[in-house]
Ligand binder design. Structure first.
Ligand code: NAD
Length: 258
């Protein structure tokens, strides 16, 4: 049975009720996990207010600001986990960013600053989170990140984010190899295209979704709940033998050649 009672789970990347992280948080909560939630702080505190009221029904026992570009906020997040929970069992890394100008047009125009920004936020953050989580996963654990097919194949307009996802997927393998001896598993879910704040920045996202609806074996794209269910599975003992993998939750789209 999928049971996460007694597990402490940190969920990052909730921006609104369309966020994949929101779908994951709901399924972890339904399976009995004790939740901690981080949000990306802004100057006016709007994100804090929005995310706080959204997650209230899930009664998170930690609610913290965490911009992955700010090392002190990452440190404070894991210090709070250590102080209030003592141990961490589950870490959901569900965030990414690239400048909108780099998510359409010619890939060869990508500037080094924008390349570094996309790789820093979208890929390196998994390394910094995992390094901070490592000493707290004293009873083993599960780390899950979100990737997309554009990290393995060329998808129009995905551009620098595809390179960031390729790095992220390789991070998963290196981290799985390092953390396996302490029974910490690291996996990625490669989700099919879903309309969210982040995906709306990718040029032609609606065309991508319509294409999946025509081609994918299931003739539709996936929902946040379906991704959440797969994440809950990967975080549970049912997946105790799975690490270093990319699990496609994409209605089967990635198997098609034409
Ligand atoms: P979203 O906009 O709801 O979530 C992206 C999150 O990233 C937001 O909560 C945002 O606050 C956070 N974020 C951005 N910069 C950050 C920073 N510096 N520090 C901390 N957090 C930051 O969109 P989403 O589609 O739910 O994206 C979640 C993850 O799923 C991303 O990794 C995305 O690439 C991946 N993904 C999305 C799709 C899709 O079609 N929507 C498909 C496959 C994978």
């Amino acid at each position: 049975m999928l049971d996460l009672h007694g597990k402490n789970a940190l969920v990052t990347g909730i921006a609104n009720n369309r966020s994949i992280a929101w779908g994951i948080a709901q399924q972890l909560h339904a399976a009995g996990a004790n939740l901690g939630v981080t949000y990306l702080p802004d100057e006016r505190g709007r994100m804090e207010d929005k995310v706080k009221s959204l997650v209230e029904p899930l009664t998170p026992s930690l609610f913290l600001p965490c911009n992955v570009q700010d090392a002190s906020q990452v440190e404070a997040t894991f210090a709070a986990i250590k102080e209030q929970w003592g141990k961490l069992d589950i870490l959901i890394h569900c965030l990414a960013f690239a400048s909108k100008e780099d998510l359409s047009g010619d890939f060869s125009n990508t500037k080094v600053e924008n390349f570094n920004l996309a790789l820093d936020i979208s890929a390196h953050s998994l390394i910094s989170f995992s390094g901070a989580a490592k000493p707290l996963m004293t009873e083993g654990g599960s780390i899950v990140t979100l990737t997309y097919l554009g990290g393995a194949r060329v998808i129009p307009n995905y551009n620098v984010m595809g390179v960031a996802k390729a790095a992220l997927e390789m991070n998963v393998r290196y981290l799985a190899a390092e953390l396996g001896s302490q029974n910490v598993r690291v996996n990625a879910i490669s989700a099919g295209p879903i309309r969210t704040l982040a995906s709306s920045a990718v040029g032609g996202i609606l065309d991508m979704i319509h294409h999946v609806e025509e081609i994918a074996p299931l003739r539709r794209t996936v929902t946040q709940t379906e991704v959440g269910n797969a994440a809950a599975f990967l975080c549970s003992d049912l997946a105790s033998g799975i690490t270093g993998q990319v699990l496609y939750v994409d209605s089967g789209y990635s198997i098609m050649g034409m």
